[in-house]
Write a protein that binds this ligand. Sequence first.
Ligand SMILES: [Zn+2]
Ligand SMILES: [Zn+2]
Length: 189
Amino acid sequence: MRSITSFDLQYAHRFYGFKGEAQYLHGHTGVLTIEVEDTINEGVNMVYPCNEIQKVAWDVLKNFDHALVLRADDPLLPAVLDVYEKQGIKNGHPQNTMKGAAFKTELATAYPDCRLVVTKETMTVEGMIKIVYDLLKDKLNIVKLTFTSGVNAATAEFPSRQSIDRCPLCGIALNADGVCPKCGYRKKA
Ligand SMILES: [Zn+2]
Ligand SMILES: [Zn+2]
């Protein structure tokens, strides 16, 4: 069975080199839906608690919220960084607190201090799905991702990779030592 959860991401981007309105900088509220598959965890009668999926995902995806997403070769990138630098906000600001953990993958690099994500490919809804799967595939057994942004929507299904050991008391993934990071339950050897 699947546990399904959605959340909003507000971001600005543009399609550099695209022949249409989207080549101009603009913003969206994107909705990302994550579907996690596994057996029903007998203890909690859930696949995976949705609020916990949100926590795991949000830790990384916060980087896209109230952020600017630009392709690495977009000339706006050095221009924006130059302005942030001159303004003294490029390397952070005391009021910039809702930051995710910085990440760098083949497809995207997050700079939480200046709320910027630099992508290898244009950040279309399809591009976002590739980036998100890459970031979360080892943390959650994701079998489907859907991302909608304005009139655009994309969805992709992924093979179920493996059953994750979950706490029978709160349903979240046990750590490498077989201990629940939330309640301290220890898996019997
Ligand atoms: Zn757009
Ligand atoms: Zn637990």
